[in-house]
Write a protein that binds this ligand. Structure first.
Ligand SMILES: [Zn+2]
Length: 135
């Protein structure tokens, strides 16, 4: 047992990933180093009620946005679900989206600076499509 920093959404390889809000692409990883746990990722900065947050999407198979890019529509594809990085571990499937809400752009050690997304979205439907394991 160990802490998990976000939600794992088990999805088919190549499923498009959309932003949770409009914002600015803070950073991406296109060529993660070997052993990098998050693999290809997109880190999106957005504001809610005047407070800055970051939505972090990891283990992508491809990234379709660039740092500094303004995301003006939640219909913009950020990237595609994959199995890059260390996608084994928590999720039932190696191919999945790892999703975090953060109160700081880079996130701290362990679960520091991670926010429970339930406060934004409510509890997810426990229908077997995805699950929550945020400890
Ligand atoms: Zn995960």
């Amino acid at each position: 047992m160990r802490y998990h920093k976000g939600w794992d959404f088990v999805s088919p390889m190549g499923t498009p990933v959309y932003p949770v809000a409009v914002g600015t692409v803070q950073s991406v990883a296109l060529h993660p180093k070997k052993g990098d746990k998050y693999g290809k990722f997109v880190n999106l900065k957005f504001e809610e009620n005047g407070i800055e947050y970051w939505a972090f999407y990891a283990h992508l198979s491809a990234v379709s946005v660039t740092p500094g890019q303004e995301i003006t529509s939640t219909g913009t594809v950020l990237g595609y679900v994959g199995d890059s990085g260390n996608s084994l571990g928590i999720a039932a499937s190696k191919v999945h989206l790892h999703f975090e809400f953060r109160s700081d752009s880079s996130g701290g050690k362990g679960i520091a600076d991670r926010i429970n997304p339930v406060q934004f979205f409510g509890a997810p439907p426990y229908d077997g499509i995805f699950y929550i394991d945020d400890e």
